[in-house]
Design a binder for this molecule. Structure first.
Ligand SMILES: Cc1cc2nc3c(=O)[nH]c(=O)nc-3n(C[C@H](O)[C@H](O)[C@H](O)COP(=O)(O)OP(=O)(O)OC[C@H]3O[C@@H](n4cnc5c(N)ncnc54)[C@H](O)[C@@H]3O)c2cc1C
Length: 234
């Protein structure tokens, strides 16, 4: 995970209170035609005139990384980047008896922000998939939220990992809210479990696919739209 802080006078008009929301990073596409490559990242922290963005670094079997990862790895103090946003955060709604949270490293910034905003007496569990023990971060969370760290060295290779871990959650009798964001196939497995096996109603559930193994963000967006249409059509 690599944190980059964006700052400068151009952020003076950026709205306050956007921690956990998202940005569109406009990256050069390398062809010189002026059209940006757009990538989506969470605002991990916001201070006056500064935004922190945490990049889950990744590369394929040939050591090739996507444009956002390449940009983050090469970024130097003083570099500039165009951004769009903010897009709205997806917080955990207050007042539930239990919270069930799941995500991989791409969702760790959003989950961290959500845990920080929970009421001190909130209860539940968070299942967090990271690549290595060294990726485990100290999180600020209510004491009643139990954190479970899962190690998967190859992101996308174990779409069953989060689902299997979530199945170990002791399902409560009271009102539960579930929040999950992760790789596409892992998200679909969680969706099947939570919606079909646990009959969790749509208003008690936030589920999002943040990336898809083997696809760039452009192609992932298409897969995501087709998946949403197929689910709606059911
Ligand atoms: C609302 C939202 C918020 C997000 N916030 C964050 C965030 O705060 N931090 C963060 O790191 N990501 C975040 N993501 C995910 C991020 O947008 C994607 O991982 C994105 O595809 C990375 O762009 P890239 O240019 O590095 O790779 P791309 O060009 O999109 O993809 C190149 C290759 O890398 C693979 N790939 C993409 N992401 C990963 C990954 N994480 N691990 C392994 N392989 C990968 C692709 O499948 C593809 O094969 C967020 C996504 C959404 C929708």
């Amino acid at each position: 995970m690599l944190r980059i802080t964006l700052g400068g006078a151009q952020l003076d008009d950026f709205p306050a209170g956007q921690k956990g929301g998202y940005l569109k990073l406009m990256l050069e596409n390398g062809s010189g035609d002026g059209r940006p490559v757009v990538r989506t990242y969470t605002i991990r922290h916001q201070r006056k005139g500064e935004l922190d963005v945490d990049f889950a670094l990744h590369s394929d079997a040939h050591g090739q990384a996507g444009p956002a990862t390449q940009w983050a790895l090469a970024a130097q103090s003083g570099d500039t980047i165009a951004i769009g946003g903010p897009g709205a955060a997806k917080p955990l709604p207050p007042g539930y008896d239990r919270y069930l949270i799941a995500g991989d490293m791409t969702a760790l910034p959003a989950i961290s922000a959500n845990l920080e905003a929970l009421a001190p007496d909130a209860r539940g569990a968070a299942f967090l998939e990271v690549q290595d023990e060294a990726d485990i971060q100290p999180l600020t969370a209510p004491p009643g939220i139990v954190l479970h760290w899962l190690i998967n060295p190859v992101p996308g290779a174990r779409p069953d990992l989060l689902e299997n871990a979530v199945r170990s959650f002791d399902w409560p009798d009271g009102r539960l809210y579930a929040w999950a964001a992760c790789e596409f196939t892992a998200m679909r497995r969680l969706r099947t479990y939570l919606r079909e096996e646990r009959n969790l109603a749509a208003d008690r559930l936030y589920l999002s696919s943040y990336w898809k193994s083997g696809l760039t963000e452009e192609d992932h967006k298409i897969a995501k739209r087709e998946d949403a249409e197929a689910v709606t059509a059911l």
